[in-house]
Design a protein around this ligand. Structure first.
Ligand code: NAP
Length: 457
């Protein structure tokens, strides 16, 4: 039998998910020096995962990562199976028979729960739903967000909370030349939201925004960032945190918050209010969210390990719509071990493991490997690490030739999903760009799977 990874016996790998970590895993495999054939399997007809469906429409520079992914997809060793769902159209065990290895890069598709009474009241939403909605993700296309009230509350102070707050804060003119979905632009154009409260359970030194994202709140056309100067008085442990040279980001955030606190009130219509040391206790309302009860917190513990403790005091914040933005969580796939608590596939340097050790042939990269943290580029090193583990395992792998993409195509042919190839995605892409042109938008996304499939006939 020829050596696995030789031109006579190429290493056949399936990558599940087409976001950044998926493309970086493909890139690392293509650059491995081995003969490889890599097929990417994506449940939507459109690739690019969170870069298409998560990155905010008004952050086009971040979407330039797609240019890199397009180059990777040009390789003749790359195949794309769009509109194919693992577990529904093909089982993991079937994939294992078709490929030498599978790399799961399916991200963190759901949200963490707050676990407080009233969390599921009408008008209380997850950030995931809102982000998916304004980005035209087919799963969230039909969600309805009632923006008729004046007060919106966002729980959490990470970059996703910043995205949600900024989209609520911007005018139609600031958004209309982005690739925001048409239905969202229309609804936001009718929004009556005037106050956007962005609430952290810990202090300003622990906020997880990055400086670039936070600074944008000072540059909005019709919204002022608002902050009480006294909220920026830090305890000694927080002072120690921002003095640490490895924590320059937090020191920068404090500087930006200080500049916000020093601003004179203006005549702008909207206010984005940053609040700290308040933890959600419960949501109240008659059939719909009307107020959020918050516990006043203090910090306890040493620098970098400070936790929020309730002081016993509570405040009630009237609220017409609420967004929970407290971090994402992965979801299980049948046939793959899952760590329910962490919301990841348990692994050792990218090798998926169960109670008895690594599961041969199963690998993981990106948020479903390490949890939802880091920026797009973080996933490159993460995927490279996983592919290094996979390549180190080659001598132990069953070297028998595998059917790979050809086998998968045959298997799917009898099962119904309209498989979308990369060439077909390019046609969908061109059609979206064409739809955007008359509006001065980079693209007008198709927001239903049927529309995407219609575009390719
Ligand atoms: P995140 O950065 O982890 O922020 C989560 C926030 O939720 C934190 O403020 C956290 O506070 C808070 N939180 C968690 N549990 C809570 C609870 N039970 N009650 C109240 N607050 C709670 O997560 P994310 O915003 O979802 O972002 C995920 C990753 O994507 C991050 O790495 C982020 O930087 C990245 N991202 C980047 C961009 C960009 O580069 N433009 C845009 C979007 C997302 P504690 O600190 O107290 O836990």
């Amino acid at each position: 039998m020829s050596e696995l990874g030789s031109p006579e016996n190429p290493l056949k790998v399936a990558v599940v998910g087409s976001g950044p970590s998926g493309f970086y895993a493909v890139e690392a495999l293509l650059k491995s020096g081995k003969a490889v054939a890599v097929d990417m399997i994506e449940r939507l007809p459109a690739p690019f995962g969170l870069v298409r469906n998560g990155v905010a429409p008004d952050h086009p520079k971040l979407k330039q990562a797609i240019l890199v992914y397009e180059k990777i997809a040009e390789s003749p060793a790359f195949g794309f199976f769009g509109n194919v769902t693992i577990g529904r159209d093909v089982a993991v065990d079937e994939l294992r028979r078709l490929y030498h290895a599978i790399v799961f890069t399916c991200g963190a598709e759901t949200d963490r729960k707050l676990g407080i009474p009233g969390e599921d009241l009408k008008g209380s939403h997850t950030a995931t739903e809102f982000v998916g909605w304004y980005n035209g993700h087919p799963d969230y296309r039909d969600r309805v967000f009632d923006l008729s009230g004046e007060v919106a509350v966002i729980i959490g102070q990470g970059n996703v909370a910043a995205d949600v707050a900024r989209i609520l804060s911007k005018t139609v003119d600031e958004l209309k030349h982005t690739d925001i979905a048409e239905h969202a632009l229309e609804a936001l154009g009718r929004s009556n939201v005037r106050e956007i409260h962005v609430i952290g359970r810990r202090g300003p030194a622990q906020a997880k925004f990055t400086g670039k994202e936070l600074r944008e709140f000072g540059e909005l056309a019709d919204c002022d960032p608002v902050l009480k100067a006294e909220d920026l008085r830090l305890n000694p442990e927080s002072e120690a945190e921002i003095a640490d040279k490895n924590n320059a980001g937090s020191a920068k955030n404090i500087e930006i918050f200080q500049s916000f606190a020093a601003r004179a009130p203006s005549a702008k219509t909207r206010r984005c209010i940053f609040r700290f040391l308040e933890g959600p206790v419960r949501l109240e309302g008659a059939g719909k969210v009307e107020r959020l009860i918050l516990a006043k917190n203090r910090l306890e513990g040493p620098p970098f390990n400070q936790v929020a403790r309730e002081t016993g005091e509570t405040v009630a914040q009237p609220c017409n719509i609420l967004f929970r933005s407290i971090g994402y969580k992965g979801i299980p796939i049948q046939g793959v071990p899952f760590d329910e608590r962490k919301g990841i596939f348990p692994n050792d340097e990218g090798r998926i493991k169960d109670a008895s050790g690594p599961v041969p042939g199963l690998y993981v990269a990106g948020w479903i490997k390490r949890g939802p943290s880091g920026i797009i580029g973080t996933n490159r090193a993460c995927a490279v690490g996983t592919v290094a583990s996979l390549l180190a395992d080659l001598p132990k792998m069953d070297a028998q030739a595998k059917p790979g993409g050809e086998g998968l195509r045959k298997l799917l042919a009898g099962r119904g999903p309209r498989v979308v190839t990369y060439g077909e995605w390019r046609r969908i892409d061109a059609a979206e760009i064409g739809r955007g042109q008359p509006k001065g938008k980079p693209r007008e996304k198709f927001t239903r799977i049927a529309e995407m499939l219609d575009a390719i006939g």
